[in-house]
Design a binder for this molecule. Sequence first.
Ligand SMILES: C[S@@+](CC[C@H](N)C(=O)[O-])C[C@H]1O[C@@H](n2cnc3c(N)ncnc32)[C@H](O)[C@@H]1O
Length: 219
Amino acid sequence: MIESHLRMVRRDLQLKMIYPVIYSMVVDRVLLGIRRYVPEFSGMKPGDRVLDVCCGTGAQALLYGQMGIISWGIDMDNRMIEFAESRKARLRLANTHFQRASAMNLPFKDASFDHASISMGLHEKEQSSRDRIVGEMRRVVKKNGALVIVDYRVPYPRGLYACVAKAAEQMAGKEHFKYFRDFLEDGGVDSLLIRHQLREEERDHATRMPIALLKVRNV
Ligand SMILES: C[S@@+](CC[C@H](N)C(=O)[O-])C[C@H]1O[C@@H](n2cnc3c(N)ncnc32)[C@H](O)[C@@H]1O
């Protein structure tokens, strides 16, 4: 009886960790180049306070921490936060923090950060949620601080990588794909910036990948 219960607990724990492990093996590897480029692209320095919103496995926030940046990562998925915490412990990073929280209601005071980033977290949301998240990022970043947005390019490019990414979005489920299409039809990050009366300061995109990086000053 006890043995079968323990087996069940062990199986649940394994299942719980499978999603972040696979995410880390696939997506974090594909995005590694972009993640390494984000701090330089946005002008982050050691000692800056930076929030990564919808942080997933924590890969970006951990990279910030390894550079001496004081970083926070928030995500609403407990499995991701637990995975991020375990990687943080392995790296012995004292300046990196993770918290389970909603991007729509960030648990931080106004103007708490020098920068906030969000990577691949907006295209999977409906328009009102995308607006709300950007509004929350603006609230917690100091005036003249920077927001960094990494997400799909619009117009969506052609080519092998773009096809593979689109197929992955489709495989993620009907609702997920609906929001992805809505994000592209709405004009992607550019429309978001117009609605928030923000102007991009810099833009770059990953070679071959259908992903853009935008740096925006929080005016
Ligand atoms: C596509 S993943 C991107 C993860 C990571 N930023 C990256 O670049 O790989 C989207 C993440 O957003 C998280 N997420 C979705 N909605 C959220 C919300 N309202 N608040 C916080 N996290 C959210 C999901 O749990 C997931 O980890």
